[in-house]
Design a protein around this ligand. Structure first.
Ligand SMILES: Cc1ncc(COP(=O)(O)O)c(C=O)c1O
Length: 392
């Protein structure tokens, strides 16, 4: 029913959102204020803050494929994947991703976030125990919250603890969930140990390979390939197209019957508009480039090791990188923010991670070891980070 415009409405209470200002004040006092900054197209600052691990997002083969896809298929996909949102390009990308990663099938989502929500909610039920690594990405945590399953938070990177939790469970089904590379520190999960623990107990393994695809495994085929688990019938991976592949979107990779089940039941697949053609085209362009130039994956890992070693030699507490992420510890959230700002002023963009984005509560700077960094850029980054480091 349409309400008559003459209906008298009570006056809006001015204080209804006052509590938001109080919450902002508390965040400010804890040094946790977050602000948006738009970057210019031609940023003179050296970028170690993005997730463009292979330096592909502005590669002409990638941007050209995006533009061609938009011209041919349109600015948007026009609907849900099950209605009008699947183009021949989506199907092509799914086939090529599956082939590249060595799995039976792949399904493309509008983001890595929605891919994780889909896998966690569709592959579990109230008779499932999810055993989730304590340091997992927020999208996996949210997937656990949405799933109607029992959830157990397991100690970080601890296959023995996972095995014990699985053995002690009452639920008939179980799913072990882990990032392949943890996004804050860049350390790799013990995937073979997790897989063995899951298998002993008849559980499935779900791996979020957001930071592994394009970096780990032969030619960047991802963490499952690196661990010898690609194509296994009890293993499923999720990935994002927004990091190494320089585009946007996400994917679930695994056995054919898992993918079929997601198509028919995953809410973030069914009730979401399909990925835009330009993003599909860009991801396909990047994937084909990676196939043609597999050394890019190796180079990203090499740059990470070089960066970490030189930062350590300069007296900074750098992580030991397993992929293309290096983190450097900061004494407090405030000093981390100041350090990142000083780096920017000196021409270097770095990521700044503070609570609640850091599972252990320790603030750090996060550096992306891009495959296209030159020796001079690596030296510049190390010099700036050492010179601007907080004095403890
Ligand atoms: C580990 C991990 N999983 C999932 C995502 C979400 O992917 P997307 O940005 O494509 O939604 C991210 C980051 O963005 C991530 O770091």
């Amino acid at each position: 029913m349409i309400e008559p415009t003459t209906t008298a409405r009570p006056q809006a209470p001015a204080a209804v959102f006052d509590w938001l200002d109080e919450a902002a004040e508390l965040r400010a006092r804890a040094g946790l204020t977050r602000t948006l900054r738009s970057r210019p197209a031609e940023d003179p600052v050296l970028d170690l803050a993005s997730n463009d691990y292979l330096g592909l997002t502005r590669h002409p083969a990638v941007t050209g494929a995006a533009a061609a896809a938009a011209r041919r298929w349109g600015g948007g996909s026009t609907g849900s994947r099950l209605v009008t949102g699947t183009t021949a390009l989506h199907t092509e990308l799914e086939a090529e991703l599956a082939d590249f990663c060595g799995v039976e099938a792949a399904l493309v989502f509008s983001s890595g976030y929605t891919a994780n929500l889909a896998a966690l909610t569709a592959l579990t039920d109230p008779d499932t125990l999810i055993v989730s690594d304590a340091y997992n990405h927020a999208s996996l945590i949210d997937g656990c919250r949405l799933a109607r399953a029992q959830v157990l938070r397991a100690p970080h990177a601890d296959p023995a603890a996972v095995g014990e939790a699985l053995a002690a469970r009452a639920e008939p089904r179980a799913l072990v969930v882990s990032d392949s590379v943890f996004s804050v520190d860049g350390n790799a999960a013990p995937l073979r140990g997790l897989s063995a623990a899951a298998r002993r107990s008849g559980a499935a393994l779900l791996v979020d390979d957001a930071h592994g695809l394009g970096v780990l495994g032969e030619g960047g085929r991802g963490a499952l390939a690196a661990a010898g688990l690609a194509g296994e019938p009890d293993v499923v991976a999720t990935a994002t197209l927004s990091k190494s592949l320089g585009s946007q979107g996400g994917a679930v990779l695994g056995p054919e019957r898992v993918i079929r089940h997601l198509v028919e039941s995953a809410r973030t697949f069914i009730f979401d508009t399909g990925l835009a053609p330009a993003a599909v085209g860009a991801a396909l362009g990047a994937l084909r480039l990676l196939r043609a130039e597999p050394q890019r994956a190796h180079r990203a890992r090499e740059v990470a090791r070089t960066l970490a070693a030189r930062l350590g030699a300069a007296g900074l507490e750098a992580s030991t990188p397993d992929a293309a992420v290096v983190s450097v510890l900061a004494p407090t959230p405030e000093s981390a923010v100041r350090w990142a700002a000083d780096c920017r002023a000196a021409g270097l963009a770095v990521g700044c991670f503070r609570p609640p984005s850091v599972p252990d509560g320790i603030s750090r700077l996060r550096l992306t070891a891009r495959a296209d960094l030159t020796e001079a850029q690596i030296a510049h980054a190390v010099e700036v980070l050492a010179r601007t480091a907080p004095r403890v």
